[in-house]
Design a protein around this ligand. Structure first.
Ligand SMILES: *Cc1c(COP(=O)(O)O)cnc(C)c1O
Length: 974
């Protein structure tokens, strides 16, 4: 076999970024290759990667530029940033200017202790971010007046869609009708339309404030509160009417307005949804931001997404963890209710800290200032003869009888972005960051109608008295303590110190690719030229961002072998949905309406089947053989059985079992022969980039996870970007957007030209974090990306070889090799010693490691993905810890330690537990805390840098039986 895609060896310049990104040095790689039994990286990859997926020869010269240095990449990003023009945004529509407190920007957004953390599935090492998320849930529940909030949604529009689906599940009314407020945000309506159509929901639009609830049955109603028009009205009657007919009321509420207005819960709403963006999270041209969802009592078990709750640890002390963790299992198969996995944790933390920093009085003052500015402007404009439409509003004014185009142009010239509602109407939204623009607005809007009145004080009353909020909120001490910067800084440091993130050590998570998030990649995220853009700003003012989007799309298309890429989806799950909707749209456009079956292997990631259900497809499970590959015989049988109904096969490559399936060509060919489309889940591109391309071996459409392979940090469980990439025949069905800006001559497949339904509120999803992936590709170049893949595959095989005697490696490809991750089978050890996967995961904490992925995709196993970014010393430290744990398990088996009292079942050990006056265990305190078999020098560092978990093992079941999902009172900790 010849080297596939092998590139001539060129000297890597001394300042090349790849030397910083790839942790293993050439020397170390030499040693690792020896251990694995390969002569070179090319030889290793040659053996691991099947012939069948070799890339086809390139038809065009590469669009990928040669690798830039870090300084060069920053200079290019500066040039792109300079092509954007930031003006004062008064567009509104769910995106508001906001002032990010500097203490939060520096200590959360720009702090790797927060942004490099993983999703808190290991709660003992995640108490800091879990507390921050509990603050978020408490904040949302309080402000909406409902009982339970989850720990974030992807954005407001998708939160509304999830709210609609929740209403359908929970309503007893057997009807497909859902009523939508005509005053809902336009992008919400667009997302909702696509999501509803796919699952057979019939939307009925009505101007609820004017016409009330339309006649007929319904399972729910959506109210926008306040409306897109700015109107504030009392929806209690419409809500009550909907509930009388068996429907649920979903209210999309502005959280800042809820400090002044009666909240949805007190108006009878069942569900509240929305965004927390204006709580200190920059607009960033649309994202990332944390959406939210809250429900009344009795619906908490219906909530999609993650829910943080309170339980207790082995000492009976309160401890936080994700509640109802089984829910992530039931985003599975045909029973799926939601596909949300990666959410918006980092942004939820920021929003929660904004509330912690300002407190209830501070938030109310901000709301009053914003409202006061709008009211003052309304008064001045009316006095000047301008027609302001609504009498009651919070922060948005609609101005009628103007030449909208002319006003928008003049405003832009004078530094303001206004909203075009229609030819004769403009919208003006106020926010915390607007500044004094009243004279300017009068000038722009009154023109020669301007009169000579002078006003000395604020305007008339503009909020209905019966809607003023009387109930208290954010009364918990956490929202009333850290109002000085010193206090806030220390609170954030305290929480960060409780947690284990990539800034402490390796997080060897199979399927999640926790690699380096380089400082240079992160640099542009907070530049105002990117951070302060409104998602619907004029195309000319976002030219630099559109150029960046176009370049990244073109690079990703080339790297995956596809023709078109959309960066719109806000997570892998949303990319899946978009890709499957594209397949559905394609079949329907061909008149193949009956093609509705989606085949999914039993090993698939949970989101796959859930996305298929949400795309209106019927899931049929295909078996895997004992080697973990798709069972070809079963696949053929299922294809034959469903024949003309076959819409698609959805497979993961490399497989969820971490191997390159050799038969993948046969699999994709069989599906195509039957008229189906092939969806390849590309979340785990880390084993392919530069070595093989989905588009070359049968893929029609894929999603990628930029928050895995392309260095966007995990943020503790989000943000993410899940681009969807497709062959030309599907391109027309990729997600479009009614408000997308067009770039001239750059993004030849801009979203405005895609014809599919939008899957995110903003046209380009989360542009705020795209500079991260852009910089990664730009600084690695094609060679560097391939080198990263090679190093990742080498590291995984090295771990497999070193651990295989202690823990059998469950699946290997035909060359006896794994891909970028390996599954360690702990079941034989558990059978022999009673030591479980959980015990090993918790004992790793004592060693200062985050556990690998537990019991996915196979129960009783650990899946390890070392990635290319870890150096050999850290990989060896992990391997040594795993071997030490195996040796401890053997001591349990030998009867040296009782099965119910040993360092494994008692792990993790807190400092407090070790300081107990009496030590009754059969092992020493030293063995408990410092289980290192290391050289004196290593030991010195390990002892000094010891990570101390703040809590002992947490009782999961107890917390699920006693569900508490808001901040516990301080005396709970007494
Ligand atoms: C992570 C992952 C997903 C889901 O991505 P999210 O961004 O969490 O929605 C889907 N498939 C595979 C194989 C994954 O590893």
């Amino acid at each position: 076999m010849t080297d596939l895609a092998a590139r001539p060896a060129v000297a890597v310049p001394a300042d090349a970024f790849r030397r910083r990104h790839i942790g293993t040095t050439p020397d170390a790689q030499e040693r690792m290759l020896q251990a694995v039994g390969a002569d070179s990286l090319d030889a290793l990859l040659d053996r691991a990667v099947p012939d069948a997926i070799r890339p086809e020869p390139a038809e065009h010269p590469s669009v990928l530029p040669a690798a830039a240095t870090e300084r060069q990449a920053i200079a290019e990003l500066r040039r792109l940033a300079a092509r954007n023009t930031v003006r004062t945004s008064m567009i509104g529509l769910g995106y508001s200017g906001t002032i990010t407190p500097a203490v939060i920007q520096r200590n959360v957004l720009e702090n790797p202790a927060w942004y490099t953390a993983y999703t808190p599935y290991q709660p003992e090492i995640s108490q800091g971010r879990l507390e921050a998320l509990l603050n978020f849930q408490t904040m949302v529940a309080d402000l909406t007046g409902l009982t339970t909030a989850n720990s974030s949604m992807l954005d407001e529009a998708t939160a509304v869609a999830e709210g609609m689906l929740l209403a359908r599940r929970a309503s007893k009314a057997r009807t497909p009708r859902f009523v939508v407020d005509a005053d809902a945000l336009p992008q919400t309506k667009a997302v909702l339309a696509g999501r509803a159509e796919a699952v057979g929901v019939e939307l009925v639009e009505s101007d609820l404030a004017v016409d009330g609830l339309p006649d007929g049955d319904l399972f729910g109603v959506l109210v926008q509160y306040p409306g897109a028009s700015g109107r504030v009205w009392d929806p209690a009657e419409a809500i009550a009417a909907a509930k009388e007919r068996g429907g649920l009321a979903v209210v999309a509420a502005d959280l800042l307005a809820m400090t002044l207005l009666t909240p949805p819960g007190e108006l009878g709403a069942d569900v509240a949804v929305g965004t927390t963006q204006r709580f200190g999270v920059p607009m960033a041209m649309g994202g990332p931001h944390a959406g939210y969802m809250a429900v009344r009592a009795g619906l908490e078990r219906q909530l999609p997404g993650r829910l943080v709750g309170v339980s207790k640890d082995a000492d009976g002390d309160p401890a936080y963890r994700l509640s109802l963790q089984a829910r992530e299992q039931h985003i599975r198969r045909e029973k799926a209710t939601s596909n949300i996995c990666t959410a918006q944790v980092l942004l939820a933390v920021m929003a929660a800290m904004y509330a912690v920093y300002h407190g209830p009085a501070g938030l109310k003052r901000i709301a009053e200032d914003v409202h006061g500015a709008a009211a003052h402007a309304a008064t001045m404009l009316r006095a000047a003869g301008v027609r302001v439409r609504e009498q009651a509003f919070f922060d948005v004014l609609l101005i009628d009888d103007v030449d909208a185009e002319a006003v928008l142009d003049a405003a832009r010239e004078r530094g303001l972005w206004l909203r075009r509602v229609d030819d004769r109407t403009v919208g003006i939204a106020f926010d915390e960051a607007t500044g004094d623009v009243v004279d300017l607005l009068v000038d722009l809007l009154a023109g020669d109608r301007s009169s000579d009145f002078a006003f000395v004080a604020g305007g008339a009353a503009t909020l209905p008295v019966q809607l003023l909020r009387t109930s208290a909120y954010l009364t918990h001490p956490v929202f009333n303590t850290f109002h000085s910067e010193t206090g806030m800084m220390r609170y954030l440091r305290y929480l960060a110190d409780l947690d284990y993130a990539l800034d402490r050590g390796m997080i060897p998570l199979g399927s999640c690719t926790m690699k380096l998030n380089a400082a240079t990649e992160m640099a542009a995220v907070t530049w105002p030229e990117f951070a302060d853009l409104h998602p619907f700003a004029p195309a000319e003012d976002v030219a630099g961002s559109l150029e960046l989007v176009g370049q990244l799309e073109a690079w990703l298309a080339e790297l995956t072998g596809y023709d078109a890429v959309s960066l719109q989806p806000n997570a892998g799950s949303q990319g899946e949905l978009a890709g499957l909707m594209a397949i559905r749209g394609y079949h329907r456009a061909n008149g193949d309406e009956s093609r509705t079956v989606c085949l999914i292997p039993s090993s698939a990631h949970g989101t796959n089947a859930a996305s298929a259900v949400l795309a209106g497809l019927k899931v049929v499970v295909v078996a895997c053989d004992e080697l973990g590959n798709v069972d070809l015989a079963d696949l053929r049988a299922k294809i034959a059985q469903h024949a003309d109904a076959l819409a698609a096969l959805m497979i993961t490559y490399p497989s969820t079992h971490g191997v390159y399936e050799h038969d993948v060509r046969e699999v994709t060919d069989a599906v195509h022969a039957a008229g189906g489309q092939v969806y390849i889940d590309g979340a785990n591109l880390n084993a392919l980039l530069g070595r093989a391309r989905f588009g070359d071996f049968g893929g029609d459409v894929s999603h990628l996870n930029l928050h895995k392979t392309f260095c966007i940090p995990h943020g503790g469980g989000g943000p993410g970007v899940g681009p969807v990439a497709a062959k030309a025949h599907l391109a027309a069905h990729l997600p479009g957007h009614p408000m997308a800006q067009q770039a001239d001559g750059v993004a030849h497949w801009a979203p405005g030209r895609f014809g599919g339904t939008p899957v995110s509120a903003a046209p380009y999803g989360s542009p705020g974090i795209l500079p991260i992936s852009w910089a990664y590709v730009r600084m690695m170049g094609a060679d560097g990306l391939q080198a990263a893949t090679d190093a990742a595959v080498l590291a995984a095989n090295y771990v497999a070889v070193r651990l295989q005697e202690a823990y059998p490696v469950l699946y290997r490809g035909e060359g006896g090799l794994v891909a970028h991750e390996c599954i360690l089978d702990l079941r034989p050890m558990t059978a022999a010693t009673g030591v479980t996967v959980d015990d090993v995961a918790k004992r790793l904490i004592d060693h200062g490691f985050h556990a690998p992925t537990m019991s996915f995709p196979v129960p009783g196993t650990l899946m390890v993905e070392p990635t290319e970014s870890e150096d050999l010393a850290e990989i060896d430290r992990f391997v040594d810890a795993m071997l030490a744990i195996r040796a401890e398990a053997d001591r349990v088996r030998a009867g040296e330690w009782p099965a119910d009292d040993n360092p494994l079942v008692n792990a993790p050990h807190t400092a407090h537990a070790l300081a107990a006056p009496e030590w009754t265990h059969p092992y020493t305190r030293e063995e408990a805390a410092y289980p290192f078999e290391a050289s004196a020098a290593d030991r010195h560092r390990a002892v000094r840098g010891k990570y101390w978990p703040p809590v002992r093992r947490i009782d999961q079941a107890w917390g699920d039986r006693n569900l508490v999902c808001a901040c516990p009172p301080p005396d709970a900790f007494a």
